[in-house]
Design a protein around this ligand. Structure first.
Ligand SMILES: [Zn+2]
Length: 325
């Protein structure tokens, strides 16, 4: 007889007949199916189990094996605390994930954070109830989306993005555009936009929106050089006539115009052309000039969108010169 069979022997049918199975915490100890009490090691003998049954459960002494088998099956199907906890926490995780994703949707929409509680959850509830015929309140309860929660999530997420952006901007050239507007109550709002190159693509991000205590004119004069830049024609068209007085640049442009490999990208526009990976390495002189222009001009679209988000959030829809919705 094998070792394992020997060990299992005390809990064979004979012992089940006496109302006992191996305890789940220690397979060497018997557990009474009637009172769920784990009995000591000395109870391993049939006579001891019989004793327990007779003294503690006198009304069950005449029960047969089938009765205890049913009890055993029921017990094993019963959800354990572990299993119960795992499935609840999985559900809570899902609710938490949904809560973050909804907050992200709200942030991206530029709508006030209060629409989570006011509009989105009631809409979700309606779909669950009417389309899926599910009791909605159970599910809704698991998605923390109160006004305060959404506001906190958006703050958490944006501070993550902001610190990534700040770190990245310290390693690269970027341009910044500032847009100032005044909200009621004489609150001055400053919106800052940055434009930079990352992984061969140009990015524009709203860097920050702050209420101001000082004058923005100071900022504007500091970035005046960016605003008054003149673009050399060869940045827009590196294959056009070279009207360049600088001899080194002239030379490099001639060299560039013979590079057939680079030329392919030019059909996708001058930005795609200059953003090619090997340009900074092969033509650093030209690249250092061209990149300044690539990152210099934030699109008016982003600026307007930022303004519109700020006015939405403050609940203000004011017409503003030069702003078209
Ligand atoms: Zn018992």
């Amino acid at each position: 007889m094998s070792e394992s069979k020997k060990k299992c022997r005390p809990y064979s049918v004979d012992y089940l007949k006496l109302g006992s199975i191996p305890s789940s915490s220690d397979k060497q100890l018997p557990m009474c199916l009637l009172c769920n009490k784990v009995l000591g090691n000395d109870a391993m003998k049939a006579s001891k189990l019989q004793n327990h049954l007779r003294r503690r459960h006198p009304d069950k002494t005449d029960k047969d094996l089938k009765y205890f088998q049913t009890l055993k099956d029921k017990l094993q199907k019963r959800p354990t605390l572990d299993r119960m906890f795992a499935s609840t926490s999985q559900r809570n995780d899902d609710g938490l994930r949904a809560s973050y994703n909804i907050s992200l949707l709200i942030a991206k929409s530029g709508k006030p954070h209060t629409i989570g509680e006011k509009l989105i959850l009631p809409a979700v509830e309606e779909v669950l109830k009417t389309v899926l015929h599910k009791p909605a309140s159970d599910i809704i309860k698991r998605i923390p989306s109160s006004n305060n929660t959404v506001e906190r999530r958006i703050d958490e997420m944006s501070s993550g993005i902001e610190s990534f952006l700040c770190n990245y901007l310290q390693t690269t050239d970027f341009s910044i555009q500032l847009d100032e507007s005044t909200l009621p109550g004489n609150v001055a709002l400053l919106l800052a936009y940055v434009r930079f190159i990352m992984n061969q693509e140009i990015y524009e991000e709203r860097h920050f929106a702050r209420t101001l205590t000082t004058d923005t004119k100071d900022f504007e004069s500091r970035f005046e050089d960016v605003l008054t830049m003149v673009i050399p024609p060869w940045v827009n068209n590196p294959y056009g006539d070279i009207e360049e007085t600088n001899v080194i640049i002239q030379e490099k442009l001639t060299e560039l115009s013979t590079n057939e490999e680079l030329k392919v990208q030019f059909k996708n526009g001058y930005q795609q052309f200059w953003l090619q990976n090997n340009i900074p390495v092969t033509y650093p002189v030209l690249w250092n000039i061209a990149k300044k222009f690539l990152i210099s001009f934030p699109s008016s679209y982003l600026v307007e969108r930022g303004f519109s988000a700020a006015t939405n959030i403050t609940g203000l829809h004011k017409n503003r010169p030069g702003y078209h919705s």
